[in-house]
Design a protein around this ligand. Structure first.
Ligand code: ASP
Ligand code: MG
Length: 459
């Protein structure tokens, strides 16, 4: 049994819906049972959030046309993908859902108050609508799809807007609400991102939460595989806008995926696949525009990579802060005091290096930079440099081959490296350098360590 997840751009209009239906039907032809998880159609969640904010600010007149527009867009797609016999029923279900959204928004306008809980009730409409339409699109191509309300299947805590699943309760619900359909050869279709608390109040898992839903459902059902369908060939060896000659990475370990995500690579957020990883279920990233492409498979321990490094990530617009204090550095409590400043201004630190008398850190959120520099300045000398970039080389092989990090730094000879960070037995080496050198440095490392031998020989 396979879980297939499709994001908002994969269901953005009638053609996209039909493409998804085709992919799912082909999967069925191969004789595998599946469950489909789908996001709201592209931009719908943003629009619902915007509408809720407007309503709560008393701008109700601006809200009505927005909701009418959303209703019309969904009705039009529904009319295009559903079989004629199904259309009236589907459209009246959708209209009823949008009427409910209008009522909720009206209530917000009266209360002038927007709690995370009311917002969840409103944004849920996006996934409810897209999943109803996709169910009809699947039925239209002969798949015995059945719509299942995710609020009956995914049980969460009460942290509205960023709810966490109750796996045991979800497993029980899946046994009741989903398993019987699978056993009968039907294909359940569920909206991602949304669930409900134990008391039945609608909740959401946080932005981009449909991947998380797919992983939760897959884990609850003991799926053989979770497929995340996107519009790229899986995870690439580097950002193709920065480095020429990238290719997709066939296999990635969970730990590598986490390192890459941390430094801004466009992969799944690692926490969203945690339930799948805990259950030992492979997660595959596939391209809905190139179904034959193998994509990327993420598992706990993948087969050894065919290149020394698995992939590179980079991050631009990073600021380096150097903090020097000959008096204080070795005194205990100094680092606590230093990091408390970042904590106070809720600013995340990415890379840290220390020497005898100084600490260097990088931040990418500079909203509070002046205040941070002033606070640090009370007990140390502080300088900062903007327009720096992070280059992060990732690969399981770094853990076992200590000479590899030396070779990477060797390949970067001549580049003005500002910071170098590598922990023993870790899967990444990170360097910080002026942004203007990033592309050349990335190309250099990619050529030497991420390119297949054969390709290198041919080049
Ligand atoms: N529709 C939700 C969002 O836009 C969830 C998702 O797309 O995964 O954040
Ligand atoms: Mg999305």
């Amino acid at each position: 049994m396979v879980v297939m997840k499709f994001g908002g751009s994969s269901v953005k209009d009638a053609d996209a819906m039909r493409r998804v239906a085709d992919i799912v039907r082909r999967g069925q032809d191969r004789g595998r049972g599946s469950l489909v998880v789908v996001s709201a159609m592209s931009r719908v969640t943003d629009q619902l959030i915007h509408a809720a904010a407007l309503a709560a600010n008393g701008a109700e007149p601006d809200v009505t046309p927005m909701v009418d527009g959303l209703g019309a867009r969904h009705r039009q797609v529904a009319a295009s993908v559903a079989l004629p016999a199904r259309q009236p029923g589907l459209i009246s279900e959708l209209d009823a859902d949008w009427r409910e959204v209008t009522q909720l928004l009206h209530a917000l306008a009266i209360l002038r108050d927007l709690s995370p809980r009311s917002l969840d009730a409103i944004v849920a409409a996006g996934e409810i609508a897209s999943s109803r339409i996709l169910t009809a699109a699947l039925q239209a191509v002969g798949v015995s799809a059945i719509w299942v309300d995710p609020r009956r299947a995914l049980v969460t805590d009460e942290e509205h807007g960023a709810a966490q699943p109750d796996m045991a309760a979800t497993r029980e619900r899946m046994d009741e609400e989903v398993q019987p359909h699978l056993a009968a050869g039907r294909l359940p279709v569920l909206g991602g991102f949304i669930g409900a608390t134990k008391r039945g109040v609608t909740s959401t898992l946080g932005r981009g939460g449909s991947d998380y839903s797919a992983s939760i459902f897959g884990a609850a059902l003991g799926a053989a595989e979770i497929q995340i369908w996107t519009d790229v060939d899986g995870m690439l060896t580097a950002d193709p806008r920065v480095v020429p000659g990238t290719r997709s990475v066939p296999n990635l370990s969970f730990a590598e995926a986490s390192e890459l995500a941390y430094f801004g690579a466009k992969v799944l957020h690692p926490s969203t696949i945690a339930p799948a990883v805990a259950a030992g279920i492979p997660v595959r990233i596939l391209n809905s525009h190139r179904q034959e492409a193998p994509g990327t498979t993420i598992v706990a321990s993948p087969p050894p990579a065919s290149t020394p490094l698995t992939a590179l990530a980079c991050k631009r617009d990073v600021t380096v802060i150097d903090i020097t204090s000959s008096r204080m550095l070795m005194a205990h409590g100094f680092l606590r005091r230093l990091f408390e400043v970042f904590e106070r201004y809720r600013t995340a630190v990415d890379v840290v290096t220390t020497s005898e008398v100084s600490v260097s850190v990088t931040v990418d959120d500079t909203r509070h930079l002046d205040a941070i520099l002033a606070a640090l300045g009370e007990f140390a000398e502080v300088t900062s440099e903007r327009e720096m970039a992070l280059l992060c080389a990732v690969g399981e092989r770094l853990r076992i081959d200590p000479s590899l990090s030396m070779q990477i730094l060797g390949a970067l000879e001549g580049f003005p490296l500002r910071m170098v960070s590598q922990a023993g037995a870790r899967r990444n080496v990170t360097v910080v350098l002026p942004q203007e050198h990033l592309a050349a440095a990335m190309a250099q490392v990619h050529d030497r360590f991420c390119t297949l031998q054969q390709e290198a020989a041919h080049a």
